[in-house]
Each structure stands twice: as C-alpha cells, then as structure tokens.
Design a protein. Sequence first.
Length: 267
Amino acid sequence: MPDDPPPRGGKDPYLLASLHRGLEVLDCFAERDSWSLSDLAAHLSQNKATVFRVLHTLEGFGYLVKDAATGRYALGLRLQALGAAAMRNEQLRWQALPPLQDLAESTGETVHVGILHEGVVVTVQIVDGTHAVRMHSAVGKRSPAHASALGKVLMAYLPDAEVDAIVAQHGLPRFTANTITQAGALREALHRVRLDGFARDAEEIEIGLRCLSAPITDRSGRPTAAVAISAPASRMDPDRIAALIPRVKASAARISRMLGSPSVAAA
C-alpha cells in the first residue's frame, strides 16, 4: 500500500499513512469485539479494498484472526500478548516505586528499575538521589546491556543462545577502558552474576560512575527486570559497595514479592 498523505490532513512528514490506517483499524476493536469488512469500511469511511489490505496484513502477523464461518475479524493472540506485556511493565513501574523511594532516601543515591528490550536495557522507573552530585537518568533511557549492571543481571539468566544473539546484533562496543569487549569475558561475568546474585558496573559506561544491580523476578520466579543503584565512583569504595549489596538485593526481593514472585532463589 503506498504511503500517500495522511488521511486526516496531518502535516507530520514522518507519519506513515499505511501504519496510520492500520492503527485506526486496531482502535476500532476497542469499540466492539469483532467486525465484518463491510461494517469496518463503512465505519472508517474508507473503501473496502483498502480496509481489506489492512485487515489481511494484520491477520498475517497474528494481530487479528478471521472467523472462517462468518468472515468477521477479532483481536489475535499476538496483540493480546503485547497488551499483557504492557500491563506487566506498568505494574512493575508503579509497584517498584515505594521500594525505590525507600532505597533512595536511605542511601541518598539514585535508584532505578530496567528491563531488557530487543537486547537493550530500558529504564522504566527511577527515583533521584538526594546528593548534590548524583547520577542522572530518565524513564525510557536506553543503555547497552553488556556495559551496565542492569544489563548484566538481565542477561545472566537468559539462555546462552539469546545472549549470543544480543552480542551478534549489538556487538560489544567499548565505552571506557573498563568495558567488557570480549564474548568470553562477558560469559565469565554473567556466570559470576548468577553465583553472586548481583552485578556491578565498574565505570564501564562512564568513568566516575559505578552501579550495583540485582534481579527482580516474576510470578514464575524468572528474572524479568532488575533494580540498580548508581553513584559517583568517589562514594563507591569497597566498604560502601559491600554495605549496599544486601540493600539492593533486599529492594529487588521486595519488588519481586509485590509482583507475586515465590523467591529469587526459584529462578
């Protein structure tokens, strides 16, 4: 389908008209459970040929299913899976907030929660520390998995094939002299994370910044997110790191329990 001008007179030069139509079609399924081609075309004031191509494409990718007997379309399992994932992430964001606030208040450091999305760490919640000099971040920030404490925790519990796929897609770029850039060294680091139950970022993304991270587990006990504390290296000497590790683990375990996880040990 050609990407002609947006149907609603939009002036955004980056808007894809075909995708816009597809999203308009999906929005209609919030109004009723199923649609026939004729009803949907009339509802959208579009011709049947255009709407059919949109429906056919969405069906092909599993976002819609067509009833062979009635010819009506309904939401597919793939779209339902995306919705369930969105709900889980939203639940994680807000249930993680009180434990993060407690950890930030008690330590004075910035704390955050991240998930792994397409091989990259995405920050989904953050609470700033109280020190004048502190780590700054934002919800939605993307970070390289191999160089961050969050990323190493999240990769540590993945099958080897998935870790290899992430490395193949994103590589192991160097950010500082401390960045892990060899696949063998990364495997060793992930093995250590599994043994210790936490990961550290020893100025691997940015000189002067250190982080500690521990896994958050879901209802099945599987690590699906991680909590981290970040601070200037000047405040992260060995004694303070040793004191912070159990607190980060405790915060991660608290969030896990709030999400219905049996225990971190079940992972």
